[in-house]
Design a protein around this ligand. Structure first.
Ligand code: ZN
Length: 279
């Protein structure tokens, strides 16, 4: 658990997503979940070691598997919050979906995958429409829309700590997953993030960062739009030049993931760029 700023910590998790942790006098609130029990135990253990209370609240930024599989890892009394679309999609995350999703992470430890396959996903208890403000033990926590990665994506801002927790609206030093995204909407959300002027940002994946990570991801997305505009979809994705794909591949490290997997992700993102998946 890495201290980020007053009362805010980050657990940079692999496999899985980053978990933002806000320690309050009414228990800790985590933003997104770890995937497996040893990660959940590590978070609660670190909170107790830091003289903080264990996890009592979970905010889900969006219903991708790497953010939601651990809803049941912190006991039955934890309150889970998510917006309406997230609530509805999580209701459809049945055991077959969880199994198929977990099995896509072929490069991870087989024992971890086995635990993920067996995960049960609980829907949010507290469902909000657009924005949710919590005051927990005197700490204001604002949950607000950051659509683009998915229509339902939200971010979390802690004004007193000047910390923004983005979910997958921002990846730092990692290739973003954009296959279900709307680039126009997403770029507007990135301006929204920048306008909050956070001192520190906990991205969905990658190290804790600052505003420079927003600039870099914006350049990456603009490059994708440029490639998309030069490509004729009628010729199929095979007509996207490998030079363009490799230029994008060079933006971020691979962290041990197969190059082919990331090239396929980039090609899918180029296909989506400028072709809105949702309004
Ligand atoms: Zn995601």
């Amino acid at each position: 658990m890495e201290p980020v700023n007053d009362n805010v910590y980050a657990e940079l998790i692999s496999p899985g997503c980053n978990v933002g942790i806000i320690a309050t006098g009414k228990g800790a609130l985590i933003v997104d979940t770890p995937l497996i029990s040893r990660q959940a135990k590590a978070i609660n253990g670190a909170l107790i070691d830091a003289d903080r209370q264990p996890v009592r609240f979970i905010v889900i930024t969006h219903p991708h598997g790497d953010h939601i599989l651990g809803t049941d890892l912190f006991g039955k009394d934890v309150i889970i919050a998510g917006n309406r679309l997230t609530y509805e999609k999580m209701g459809k995350r049945d055991p077959a979906w969880v199994r198929d999703w977990a099995n896509t992470w072929t490069w991870e430890n087989p024992g971890d995958i086995e635990e993920m396959v067996a995960a049960h996903v609980s829907q949010p208890d507290l469902v909000f429409e657009a924005e949710l403000t919590l005051h927990l033990g005197g700490i204001e926590i604002i949950v607000f829309p950051l659509p683009g990665h998915l229509a339902e994506s939200v971010g979390v801002f802690v004004p007193e700590a000047s910390v923004l927790i983005t979910g997958d609206a921002l990846f730092c030093d990692h290739h973003p997953f954009m296959g279900e995204g709307n680039f126009d909407v997403w770029l507007r959300s990135m301006d929204k993030m920048r306008n909050l002027k956070p001192e520190r940002i906990i991205p969905g994946h990658g190290p804790v960062c600052g505003l420079e990570a927003i600039d870099k991801q914006q350049r990456y997305m603009q490059k994708m739009i440029e490639v998309r505009n030069k490509w004729n979809p009628a010729e199929g994705v095979g007509a996207i030049t490998s030079k363009a794909v490799d230029e994008l591949l060079a933006y971020y490290p691979l962290y041990g993931r197969p190059e082919k997997t990331m090239q396929a992700r980039i090609i899918e993102s180029i296909r989506v760029a400028g072709d809105p998946q949702f309004v």
